[in-house]
Design a protein around this ligand. Structure first.
Ligand code: SF4
Length: 338
């Protein structure tokens, strides 16, 4: 379905990538390109030199740099349901000659409006409903295998929080090549199933956009804790069984209100027996405000940490994390998971 020469289509966040794969093109999540690049700091510096303000989120600057550095010629930009900064980002990219296709998730999860958005995208990329349906079936098979990695994390305790994060976050574009990604997943599953259970420690959930910190999961494990729930990354993997693409992207919680996310978070806290939550917030991101609602609605202890640029954890955040894990370790474990 894709080959090494397939045209890469940049994504500013998760979109119905079935359409892109069906068109024989390769989806490319620009967030993943940015954060895994050895040049990630240079991407941000370049964006700032151009005029991106200091108080604009690092991901936006990173996406800008990654798009140009990778020579991406077309980007599907999410104009509703992700980040209002994307609007200005799209415009700047357009001035650099990048074609932009806007995609909007309806805030209220309106089925009709989402259907129109997906149909518009299908028309743009020249694919039929049937081709998209067939592609969804193929991608869903790969997603099921990634869900097994997730289960091995929280239920069997043989997968680390970092590995869980990496596989789940990669489902946003399947690294642009679902076949190669599936092989990688198969290989990992074979290896992980023969592992011994990792030590039982404090069980943490991770809420919020993926971290810009480079060593968060390693630090958590060093402290004797383990992330057994990566909330948004899990959402990228479309964790609900659906037969219809519109239904699939309606159940995906990230682009809609915090209340859809809350329902999912509460249910997973209970299922995965989570002792405490790390809420990661990005500097200058509007989603920081949602911390208020999370703290009002969730009874499990929450540590909110903030990151700005791609770098290891700073000493203060590390110390706060250490105190949090220590507090949870000595806490009475008999509270009701909520
Ligand atoms: S972290 Fe927040 S501000 Fe940054 S791109 Fe994502 S939604 Fe936008």
């Amino acid at each position: 379905m894709t080959d090494n020469t397939a045209q890469r289509i940049g994504l500013t966040t998760t979109i119905p990538m079935e359409v892109i794969f069906a068109a024989g093109k390769a989806p490319c999540d620009l967030n993943n390109i940015f954060i895994t690049s050895p040049q990630r700091e240079a991407f941000m510096t370049k964006a700032e030199a151009l005029g991106f303000p200091r108080n604009i989120c690092g991901w936006i600057k990173g996406i800008y740099g990654a798009t140009l550095a990778e020579g991406i010629q077309e980007v599907v930009a999410v104009t509703q349901g992700d980040c209002s900064n994307t609007h200005a980002l799209m415009e700047v990219l357009q001035t650099a000659g990048v074609r932009i296709f806007p995609f909007a998730y309806p805030y209220d999860g309106d089925r009709y409006l989402l259907t129109l958005q997906i149909e518009r995208m299908m028309e743009h990329f020249g694919v039929t409903r049937e081709e998209v349906r067939e592609t969804k079936e193929i991608l869903d098979q790969v997603r099921r295998k990634v869900h097994e990695i997730d289960r091995l994390t929280w239920q069997e305790g043989v997968v680390t929080g970092s590995e869980n994060h990496l596989f789940l976050v990669s489902t946003s574009d399947m690294n642009g090549d679902w076949q190669a990604f599936e092989e990688e997943v198969d290989h990992f599953l074979n290896e992980a199933k023969s592992r011994k259970t990792l030590s039982n420690g404090v069980r943490l959930g991770y809420l919020g956009v993926p971290p810009i910190f480079t060593d968060l999961y390693d630090c958590v494990e060093e402290l004797g804790a383990r992330v057994v729930f990566n909330e948004i990354q899990r959402q990228f993997s479309m964790p609900f069984e659906t037969t219809d693409i519109v239904e699939q992207y309606l159940r995906y919680t990230y682009p809609y209100s915090i209340f859809a996310r809350l329902e999912d978070i509460k249910s997973e806290i209970h299922t995965r027996k989570i002792d405490g939550l790390i809420h990661y917030v990005q500097s200058f991101c509007f989603r920081q405000v949602q911390d208020i609602i999370l703290r009002q609605e969730i009874k499990v202890p929450i540590l909110t940490i903030e990151g700005d640029r791609p770098a290891p954890l700073d000493a203060r955040t590390r110390l706060r994390l250490e105190s949090f894990v220590e507090m949870l370790r000595h806490r009475d474990q008999d509270w009701i998971y909520e």
